[in-house]
Design a protein around this ligand. Structure first.
Ligand SMILES: [Zn+2]
Length: 134
């Protein structure tokens, strides 16, 4: 009895919380409807480069154009970003798989050089990283 009355007294009006929740949900829904499809088809790509399990670069692809060099494990990779594409221009690794598997230009694609432990991954700007190499 005692505890019952005290909880009623200290509780904030439930209607305020409910209205707030409804408004917040509506705002989120509206944002999703307006920005969701647009963002999916036209999402800016982010280039994530991890070397030896550590993220070295996490840059929007649009502002990552040019040639970048990554050295690890005794191997050196030259990565070229141009026209929304990423490719390994040159690598001195034995397999050359990373050179042959490019270029990549869509979210979810990645270039992997196992000997050098270099992973270049493209992700859409709206999504969080779905693969964490470590
Ligand atoms: Zn390689």
């Amino acid at each position: 009895m005692k505890s019952n009355s005290s909880t009623v007294k200290t509780r904030p009006t439930p209607w305020d919380a409910l209205v707030f929740a409804a408004v917040a949900a509506l705002a989120v829904l509206t944002a999703l409807v307006f920005y969701g499809p647009k963002a999916r088809t036209n999402a800016p790509l982010t280039c994530v480069v991890s070397v030896g399990g550590e993220v070295m670069d996490h840059v929007p692809l649009a502002s990552f154009a040019g040639e970048h060099t990554y050295s690890h494990n005794g191997y050196t990779l030259t990565v070229r970003v141009s026209g929304g594409q990423v490719e390994v221009l040159h690598s001195d690794c034995p397999g050359q798989d990373c050179v042959h598997s490019g270029p990549i230009s869509r979210a979810g694609q990645s270039l992997v050089c196992l000997p050098a432990q270099v992973v270049i991954h493209l992700e859409s700007g709206t999504d969080g990283p779905d693969v964490i190499v470590g």
